[in-house]
Ligand binder design. Structure first.
Ligand code: GLA
Length: 401
């Protein structure tokens, strides 16, 4: 991509072409934000814990130009009908619904943070699959945010972007997600994984050069339909908050793995828990979060030492913890993990919020095709629709093209 008129088969070219077709002029610029996969650290972000995502080479691109009347017009590959809204739609959350809510939500969050948000014309194109757990919504938020910040000349340091985009999603759209996805799609660097402390938002860019180690990460789209994912996500979050309250800590991040057994024992006899509450469930959720945080720290140590292959068992342990303790996997996902491991993957796990979405597997680069074939065969045996596969090279976060 060299400018606002790339080839039409490229996502940036599609966004530029859609803009010109719709508005009869060239865009002022193009802004891209990637999807993400999370190497490890699942459901730790809203527990003030640690995560280690990386950006994917799949991108959402926004072509944009200012609109003088101060209103917003948005056209997207997602829909035949463009969306238009004015200042009243960003006066309070929830006025624009559907995919347009992510766009209006960003404008609302900017305004709410005291910025003068410029009216704009936008055209959106995307290669990030929707509903696959690769953060298509965060990619959309981040690309729109980058466009509005630049068009308006707004003073918003990059590191403040994730909280603002998260607010759009939490408060405007109404999804109670943590800070991981927005941080990943904004702050990731090419060739690196992003080690993020979700309490302080401190980051360290950890070199993650798979090719140099003769390795590949295979991202398998399970194609499993999301089953009640929103309600289940909220209930996991509530159980974690309950666990922290019963243990008397601000967040589960404050339970080190060395204190886990003592903490679990305290939960059994917790006098705070009313009769009838299922403390067993809370104990399992707590065990997942506490051990998962430690697995992130251990993974970071291994990556720093250049021991990429040794990360495999941690990925697989993370999967078992999500399956057995956090109970967020589904049969298609477990099948993909088991088939990848049986075909020689060093490790494999579900990535993202759960109840569908994607699996990632760490494999020798030369085995990647064989592992993909094995996963496809396992799916066929069980009568599941064929899985999809995505290319993985750790990519950069949101930027202007
Ligand atoms: C979703 C949420 C994130 C995070 C993950 C689970 O992707 O958006 O904030 O909680 O699930 O790790």
């Amino acid at each position: 991509m060299t400018g606002p008129t790339g080839p039409a088969d490229d996502v940036a070219g599609r966004a530029a072409a859609a803009f010109t077709q719709r508005y009869g002029e060239r865009p002022a610029g193009l802004w891209a934000a990637p999807g993400r996969a999370n190497l490890i650290g699942e459901h730790t972000d809203y527990n003030d814990g640690f995560v280690l995502p990386f950006a994917l080479p799949l991108r959402t691109v926004v072509a944009a130009a200012p609109q003088a009347d101060g209103r917003w017009t948005v056209t997207s590959e997602l829909s035949d009908t463009p969306i238009e809204f004015g200042a009243d739609a960003i006066a309070e959350p929830g006025r624009v619904t559907g995919w347009g809510g992510y766009v209006a939500g960003v404008a609302w969050a900017l305004r709410d943070a005291g910025h003068q948000v410029p009216g704009a014309r936008l055209a959106i194109a995307s290669d990030v699959p929707i509903g696959s757990g690769l953060s298509s919504s965060a990619a959309l938020e981040a690309a729109v945010l980058a466009a509005l910040v630049d068009l308006g000349g707004l003073d918003l340091p990059t590191q403040r972007g994730p909280r603002l985009a998260q607010r759009a999603e939490n408060a405007y759209v109404g999804a109670p997600t943590g800070i991981m996805d927005q941080s990943a799609v904004i702050r990731c660097r090419a060739g690196h994984a992003l080690f993020l402390d979700c309490r302080t938002e401190a980051v360290e860019h950890i070199p993650f050069d798979l090719a140099a180690a003769g390795l590949a990460v295979l991202v398998v789209d399970s194609r499993a339909p999301h089953r009640h994912a929103d309600g289940e996500y909220a209930s996991r979050r509530a159980a974690c908050e309950r666990g922290a309250a019963l243990l008397g800590v601000p967040a589960l991040r404050d339970v080190p793995v060395t204190d886990l057994d003592a903490a679990l024992a305290r939960l059994i006899g917790s006098i705070e828990a009313p009769p009838g509450e299922d403390v067993e469930v809370v104990r399992r959720r707590v065990r997942h979060v506490v051990t998962e945080n430690q697995r992130v720290l251990d993974t970071v140590e291994l990556l720093r030492a250049g021991r990429l292959r040794d990360v495999g068992p941690l990925l697989t342990a993370s999967h078992a913890s999500m399956r057995d303790d956090f109970e967020i996997t589904v049969p298609e996902i477990d099948t993909a993990v088991e088939a990848a491991l049986a075909a020689g993957a060093y490790g494999a796990r579900m990535t993202g919020g759960g109840f569908g979405g994607c699996v990632l597997a760490l494999v020798d680069a030369e085995r990647a095709d064989a592992v993909a074939t094995a996963v496809t065969a396992a799916y066929a045996e069980r009568g599941y629709p064929a899985p999809g596969f995505h290319p993985v090279t750790p990519a950069p976060g949101a930027h202007r093209l």
